[in-house]
Design a protein around this ligand. Structure first.
Ligand SMILES: [Zn+2]
Length: 276
């Protein structure tokens, strides 16, 4: 039922957003800055009631500050040091994911029912936008509780770029589902088909609550400690294959301990098909 509602919302929003991109007046759309092929721009003004009401009510466009831009560029440097992930970056940008928009609170327009108001960043495949919210940009950085990597912010940004990569390369969906062992009775990526769904749902809900309260370190510890014994990086990675793709890609890249708990076949597949 939830899936049906989300699916309908996705279709409606996709149609609307593509129309808006074609004809709609876009406020503050001038490029403010660019780096490594990405453009940092202010959010789009929500001017039509065709957009989900809560998106327009909650996610207001705002400008990037100099400090925010400096931190985002540092994260891009960490993700794309010279000679690393060149194909990954080129593939995303050739697929149209170039602009990174800035908003106040985050309400992902797609699949928003579960993470409503909790989005740090989100990627919208319908207009190829990468979107940053206060929660993602202004939250203090934390270290990984397993000690596998120093900056959570870098990991969150790579997670979003992995969503962009997945959306540009849909032929990878089924091979990924198989190698990551997600259960998909209808051959589709569906909500509530992650492995161990019933157990993990409580963990994800609790972690999400902690994230929203600003208790990022505790949230991360809960999510990590639950999932690692199952061979996944986070509880979030376990509840939905789309989030699993983004989490597994980001942790395979940044978490030096990932090969110790993830299936070697999965690590190899991610390195061969995504992290190149
Ligand atoms: Zn995600």
């Amino acid at each position: 039922m939830i899936y049906v509602i989300i699916k309908r919302t996705v279709i409606v929003v996709a149609i609307f957003v593509s129309l808006l991109a074609e004809f709609g007046p876009l406020a503050f759309c001038e490029t403010q800055d660019q780096y490594l092929g990405f453009q940092f721009v202010s959010g789009k003004n929500c001017t039509s009631d065709g957009m989900p009401k809560k998106f327009c009510e909650i996610s207001k466009p705002k400008a990037w500050t100099a400090n925010e831009l400096r931190e985002m560029k540092q994260s891009l440097d960490a993700i794309f040091p010279p000679g690393k992930l060149d194909q990954f970056k080129h593939n995303i940008q050739a697929g149209g994911f170039i602009k990174i928009y800035r908003y106040t609170d985050g309400v992902a327009p797609l699949g928003a029912s579960f993470i409503s108001r909790a989005a740090w960043f989100w990627v919208d495949p319908s207009d190829r936008s990468i979107n940053a919210a206060d929660l993602g940009v202004l939250s203090p950085d934390v270290a990984d509780p397993h000690g596998g990597f120093p900056s959570f912010n870098n990991l969150v940004l790579l997670h979003e770029l992995a969503h962009a990569y997945q959306s540009v390369n849909p032929e990878l969906d089924q091979p990924f589902i198989r190698v990551a062992k997600y259960q998909t009775p209808h051959g589709k990526w569906e909500v509530e088909n992650g492995p161990y769904w019933r157990d993990v749902k409580d963990q994800v809900t609790e972690a999400r609550k902690l994230f929203l309260e600003g208790r990022t370190q505790e949230a991360l510890r809960l999510s990590r400690n639950y999932a690692v014994p199952y061979g996944y990086p986070t509880a979030y990675a376990m509840f939905h294959p789309i989030e699993g793709f983004a989490e597994i890609v980001a942790y395979t890249y940044f978490d030096q301990t990932a090969p110790k708990y993830m299936d070697p076949n999965l690590v190899r597949w991610v390195r061969q098909n995504v992290l190149k």
